[in-house]
Design a protein around this ligand. Structure first.
Ligand code: IYR
Length: 225
């Protein structure tokens, strides 16, 4: 049986290769080790990245599951230096205000080990910026359509995106300037789209430095029943 009907809709047969338990253990360990070698990097090299690589990365992000398969995301890919400069200026303006009087002391203290501040040179240095927009609702033939679990869906797609950037051999930093409405204006996005995440993508500077921090051990994040 290659097909069956559910609610009058075609379902096609789906198969994955049947693996032994040893193969499952090996695959999961290889993937974990690769993911564990990912680090958030804030220092970028200006070395260009082929557009095709970026397109493949965004294709991977677009494979994420989403509420009722509405795929409520738009990925803006920016290499134009004038636009990058505009984004940097606007992000730094907001972040300067945030760091000087919007963020409480506790928050600033929690950020100290990471070495972040209002200055965002990576927004100009990285060869590409990706701005992810979430679509609060859809528009089809001028009509509004419902989207479901929008933040969850776009959050999952961003996870796929970050994993794809790492797997390709590149680095990124998840930047969330706040507020980030300026991205809607600079990128001229329609009113059903809200900025979700800003990711500079490229090669790390040589040398690049990252904070000496550790991830929670499995025992701390896992409860088995
Ligand atoms: N949006 C600010 C502050 C910031 C917040 C978190 I949560 C971080 O992990 C890092 C920074 C900024 O991007 O600098």
């Amino acid at each position: 049986m290659e097909k069956k009907l559910i609610n009058g809709f075609h379902h096609i047969r789906y198969q994955r290769p049947k693996l032994t338990d040893e193969e499952l253990v090996r695959n999961s360990m290889v993937f974990y080790k690769d993911m564990d070698s990912r680090r958030t990097v804030r220092e970028f090299d200006t070395r260009p990245v082929p557009l095709e690589v970026m397109e493949n990365i965004i294709r991977s992000a677009g494979t994420a599951p989403s509420g009722a398969h509405k795929q409520p995301w738009t990925f803006c890919l920016i290499s134009d230096s004038d636009i990058k400069l505009k984004i940097r200026k606007a992000a730094e303006e907001e972040e300067r205000i945030s760091y000087s009087h919007r963020m409480p002391e506790d928050w600033k203290n929690d950020l100290k080990p990471l070495g972040t501040d209002w200055e965002k040179p990576f927004l100009e240095e990285a060869p590409f910026l990706i701005v992810v927009f979430k679509q609060s609702y859809g528009v089809e033939n001028g009509e509004k359509t419902q989207h479901y679990y929008v933040s969850e869906s776009v959050g999952i797609a961003c996870g796929f995106l970050i994993a794809a950037i790492h797997q390709a051999g590149l680095v990124t930093v998840t930047h969330t300037p706040s507020p980030m409405n300026f991205l809607t204006e600079i990128l001229k996005r329609p009113s059903n789209e809200k900025p979700f995440l800003l990711l500079p993508v490229g090669h790390p500077k040589t040398p690049a430095y990252v904070p000496d921090i550790e991830r929670k051990r499995l025992e701390k994040i896992l409860i088995t029943y």
